[in-house]
Design a protein around this ligand. Structure first.
Ligand SMILES: [Zn+2]
Length: 133
């Protein structure tokens, strides 16, 4: 029996975003990159330290990853959830990715994401990646 993997539009978009993120992560190792926000304002943005944090996650050093950037662990969880949903879409032919993306775009979740961004910025300004390197 031949198995068909077919993805709907939301799964294709999510998979494209995941692959683009992976490409940018790999590219960040090859091309020296300086944060524009850091260059302009001499203060870390909420994303500063994410590359080093994901590098630590690849080594299973989750506590060190959190010290580089608090957003790394929620982002990892979110990316894993999206990847699992894309896989589930392909296997079950149901729109798990669409359901996840609709749940993630609800007001309480968006409010939590904004709160995480603000907390991450406060943390980065006081304990961020530049204090560790
Ligand atoms: Zn930055």
């Amino acid at each position: 029996m031949k198995t068909r993997f077919k993805l709907d539009t939301s799964a294709k978009k999510a998979l494209t975003a995941l692959l683009l993120g992976l490409f940018l992560f790999v590219l960040s190792y090859a091309v020296p990159f300086r944060c524009l926000f850091l260059s302009l304002f001499h203060a870390e943005c909420p994303g500063c330290g994410l590359t080093r944090a994901f590098h630590e996650i690849l080594h299973l050093h989750f506590a060190t990853a959190a010290r580089y950037n608090l957003l790394a662990l929620p982002l990892l969880f979110g990316m894993a959830a999206v990847a699992l949903c894309v896989l589930a879409d392909a296997i079950t032919h149901k729109d798990w990715t669409g359901r996840l993306l609709r749940a993630l775009s609800s007001k309480p979740v968006l409010a939590l994401m904004v709160l995480l961004l603000v907390l991450s910025e406060v943390y980065n300004l006081t304990h961020g990646a530049r204090f560790l390197s």
